[in-house]
Design a protein around this ligand. Sequence first.
Ligand SMILES: O=C(O)CCC(=O)C1=CC=C[C@@H](O)[C@@H]1C(=O)O
Ligand SMILES: [Mg+2]
Length: 338
Amino acid sequence: MRIPGPEELLDGAVVVSQPMHTRFRGTTVREAMLLRGPAGWAEFSPFPEYGPAESSRWLAAAIEAGWHGWPAPVRDTVPVNATVPAVAVADVGRVLDSFGEVPAVKVKVAEAGHAGPAGVAEDVARVAEVRRLRPRAAVRVDANQGWDHDTALGALLRLAEHGLEYAEQPVAGIDGLARLRESLIAAGAPVRIAADESVRKETDPLAVARAGAADLVVVKVQPLGGVRRALSIVEAAGLDAVVSSALDTSVGIAAGVALAASLPRLPHACGLGTVALFTEDVLEPPLRPRGGHLAVGAALRPVPDAGALVRMRADEDRQRWWRERLRAAWAEMTAVGA
Ligand SMILES: O=C(O)CCC(=O)C1=CC=C[C@@H](O)[C@@H]1C(=O)O
Ligand SMILES: [Mg+2]
């Protein structure tokens, strides 16, 4: 893959700032740098705390999107899940309604500061409310590795009573996932385990499959370094994959759609409905599911709305900060031996 130089990448780049309806991942504003390449618009939006090495994979994904393009799709539509942040029970209905009809709902649990017994009770109540409001949807939970073994085991045994499609990264680490999976089977509640952080943050994303630590892998285009790299990780893992967003703008969501559309098997709804969590988006109309699905054809060549780019443009300090970040990620990516 040809790697353009930083000046070429930054020519026409703009940083946008997106306010969120609900706090998610500890923030209420998400920034993203949008790049304009010969193959189309691309997104570079590593989370603010990520250093150059981790960010270099996000840059590789942007270069693929903007300078090379994606593999051909094998399906026309992609099923999408609603994402319910760790909100109070009273707010669950409002969040669900913002996603419209969906085949699956992902519920955030074990939020920082709420991973003890009182937090588990809140999590169970949130999942019960989702189940009450969407009796036919598949319900999955994502703990972002916030529980320890015993809390996860206790929580999942209670949550399993509401019917769980799977539990995403309930505990940290590959060994932790493998041990919990065994304990759940031994307890007669074989809740399926999906690995997220143990795939996207490990230097060896296949280790989870080798260790028998998960039933599914969650794959996100930017953290894994592009659609092609994510496809090869899924193939080598030999596990079913759930495609999810990294809280991207619709430009980044398009890359997720490209991945979901080109996977040979797609048995689960994808976490690609997250633009519903933002108050504004760069696309007019935003990439939002209809009837629980995103249409692939319309999604693959996102062109931001010129007015939205002006309205959402971050201030000049943030433009400079992101330009430096891209240069640092580029230097890491092209360093000898990288
Ligand atoms: O998968 C979804 O439904 C939405 C995306 C999502 O949950 C995430 C996006 C970005 C960062 C993560 O904290 C989070 C996740 O852990 O999967
Ligand atoms: Mg996750």
